[in-house]
Design a protein around this ligand. Sequence first.
Ligand SMILES: NC(=O)c1ccc[n+]([C@@H]2O[C@H](COP(=O)([O-])OP(=O)(O)OC[C@H]3O[C@@H](n4cnc5c(N)ncnc54)[C@H](OP(=O)(O)O)[C@@H]3O)[C@@H](O)[C@H]2O)c1
Length: 322
Amino acid sequence: MGQLVQSDTIIGADDRILVTGATGFIGVRVVRSLLALGFRNVRCFSRPSSPASKVQDLLQLGGNGNHVEMVTGNLLSRQDCKAGTEGASVIVHLAAARGEKSIPDAFMNSVVTTRNLMEAGAANGCLKRIVNVSSFSVYSNRNKPERRMLDENCPVDRHPELRGDAYTFVKVKQDEILAEYAQRLGVPYVIVRPGYVFGPGNPGISGRVGIGTFGIFLHLGGSNKIPFTYVDNCADAIALASVKQGIDGEVFNVVDDDLPTSRKFLGLYKKNVRPFRSIYIPHFMSYALCYLWERYSDNCHLHITGGFGMGIGKKPVIPMTN
Ligand SMILES: NC(=O)c1ccc[n+]([C@@H]2O[C@H](COP(=O)([O-])OP(=O)(O)OC[C@H]3O[C@@H](n4cnc5c(N)ncnc54)[C@H](OP(=O)(O)O)[C@@H]3O)[C@@H](O)[C@H]2O)c1
């Protein structure tokens, strides 16, 4: 990626950029992309429990005029947020709960953390933008014209609590809290929504392709195109969204060109990564299975959301954490 013209960016090369979730799958690459763009002052926020190898990878990116600094803490702590955001002109917010099954845990590590970060960032007096890394999972397939591509104009799920998926629920709530606090605190923001991010470090197969269950892989995607983005391309997009002028308030979906269909991807995966057995489930059959599953889980979702003091249609009450 080439260097950016300074007049095209909201900050100078030596202004501080804070990257949260810097030791994560995408985070390390985002730091690399920012440095490749010519930004020389990057602060990386990580938890004490973050893998030491990732911390080493980040520290090695310093030198040659690049200042890469590690700050350790937890975004649930307002004190740690204050220390992390000190002097930051841009915050690239990648930290989030991934793979959490529990809604309260996911909510704490994605939504409460975002609020704490925004409050601390706004108070530092020099914040010019926060970039929130959201997800395709926030979009609803309802009311989408037949076969229309999932783009930034598609509606966001208004009832994520009904999906019974902690990740989707908290990503919607994270975007909501971002917009609410941005307005309240006067902080400009940009939202980036990557599709399914693949590359070294993430050997999994997207649920959009199918699911492995009882030792067999059910291939559901068929001829659907899967919204993949290679991790380095995704990181470049996030880095650009962090510094480009004139994009405040925008949402950007990130996918690669020439997307493969689910069928093509599965064939390539079996050939190049590992062979395994799969059964293709045609759309009408998966639709019927989903219908039955939805009926079954109808009885469960009230139980799940009710446990965190959030009834359907009610606004969640954010716990105060220091
Ligand atoms: N991977 C994908 O396919 C994909 C697709 C769309 C969107 N996204 C979004 O992209 C972002 C980055 O994803 P990723 O795949 O890089 O995730 P990841 O590898 O799981 O990294 C998440 C990072 O967040 C940190 N974190 C979590 N809770 C924290 C807290 N309370 N305080 C401080 N740090 C905390 C984790 O720290 P530890 O290292 O200590 O655990 C980790 O470094 C997320 O917002 C995710 O929702 C990812």
